[in-house]
Design a protein around this ligand. Structure first.
Ligand SMILES: [Zn+2]
Ligand SMILES: [Zn+2]
Length: 336
């Protein structure tokens, strides 16, 4: 099967032919129909994150159909449409028992991170990691929700925004577009920031109330003149953005960290203390949050912004486009 592989310390994925995975009695072989490209892939390429093995097939936003199943698999049938939940925790630690497999202390698998993910024509998974989708689901468009909307829901569940809160989405793009919609569903006033006017145009169509181009506007001035914000979702996580966040947050404000750069940040704790600012980091999502994301998608309450569908042979160009900030929404690798 065709697959994109990341080798240790290589800057580009290699497109290779590899064996289709063998399944045991408890596993399912999925024919991958679509796999969204997430910014996290660049963190692996840049060695900000280390994969569980090399070479690895990245890709953790995967949808497809059941192609083959083991003898013990009872809850899925051939041709069922499915989406992958990419964490596979130990099932025994306190976090797993509470449903927080994203925080498992002894993870067994994490598709595209520890073991092979979905930038390939087939992927194998256990029943526990799959959620069955309705037959009429658009199997190509739904793939990114396995990470982007679910991560947004995880952030919302951690921060619990209140009606009329002022919230800033700092760095709109994949997860940012979802956060705009989720915060509007919660009755918030949404501020969006980006260096890209095209992204801000999309932000407006999704309901963002105030839109700031950080290339030619002073974000701190603009936001504080508009009354400051109660919550900031920081999707960049640089020293500059985090220090701006502290200036823009109102007293008692919450800074949700979703993006990161791999570099240290310098913060004067005094400014956190006098405003009682809480910093709340967010990683991934729970399986329940993925189910919530599917429901919102099916009900049409959340739209996925898609830059384009592309073939796996072009994945390195797509990654470059994402790196340059030029992807307006998700790029999805499509298989047929
Ligand atoms: Zn992701
Ligand atoms: Zn665990």
């Amino acid at each position: 099967m065709k697959a994109a592989l990341l080798y240790k310390n290589e800057k580009k994925l290699r497109i290779e032919n590899v064996d289709i995975p063998e399944i045991n009695d408890n596993e399912i072989l999925i024919k991958v129909m679509a796999a969204g490209i997430c910014h996290t892939e660049l963190h692996f390429i840049d060695n900000v994150l280390t994969a569980g093995k090399y070479p690895i097939i990245p890709g953790h936003e995967v949808s497809g159909i059941v192609y083959k199943k083991g003898n013990n698999v009872k809850d899925f049938n051939i041709n069922d449409k499915v989406i992958l939940y990419y964490y596979n925790g130990c099932g025994k630690c306190d976090f797993c028992i509470n449903g927080y497999e994203n925080l498992c202390v002894d993870p067994r698998m994490e598709y595209g991170f520890i073991n092979d993910g979905g930038f390939s024509e087939y992927i194998k998974a256990g029943e526990k990691n799959l959620i069955k989708l309705d037959d009429d689901t658009d199997i190509y468009s739904i793939a990114p929700i396995a990470c982007s909307i679910s991560t947004g829901i995880h952030a919302i569940n951690k921060v619990r925004p209140k009606l009329n809160d002022n919230v800033l989405i700092y760095g709109v793009g994949g997860v940012g577009f979802d956060l705009i919609q989720l915060n509007k569903l919660n009755g918030c006033n949404v501020f969006s920031a980006s260096r890209n006017d095209k992204k801000l145009d999309i932000a407006k169509t999704l309901g963002s109330d105030y839109n700031i181009n950080t290339k030619n506007e002073d974000i701190v001035n603009k936001v504080t003149n508009l009354g400051g914000v109660d919550i900031i979702y920081d999707l960049i996580g640089s020293n500059e953005t985090i220090n701006n966040d502290i200036k823009m947050l109102n007293n008692g404000g919450k800074l949700i960290l979703i993006g990161y750069t791999g570099h240290d940040i310098n913060i004067n704790p005094l400014y956190l203390i006098i405003k009682e600012i809480q910093i709340i980091p967010c990683v991934g999502n729970t399986k329940y949050e993925l189910k919530e994301a599917i429901k919102l998608f099916n009900e049409g309450k959340i739209k996925i912004v898609i830059d384009k569908f592309d073939r796996i042979e072009n994945i390195n160009d797509d990654l470059e486009k994402i790196r340059n900030g030029d992807a307006i929404g998700r790029i999805i690798i499509k298989f047929d």
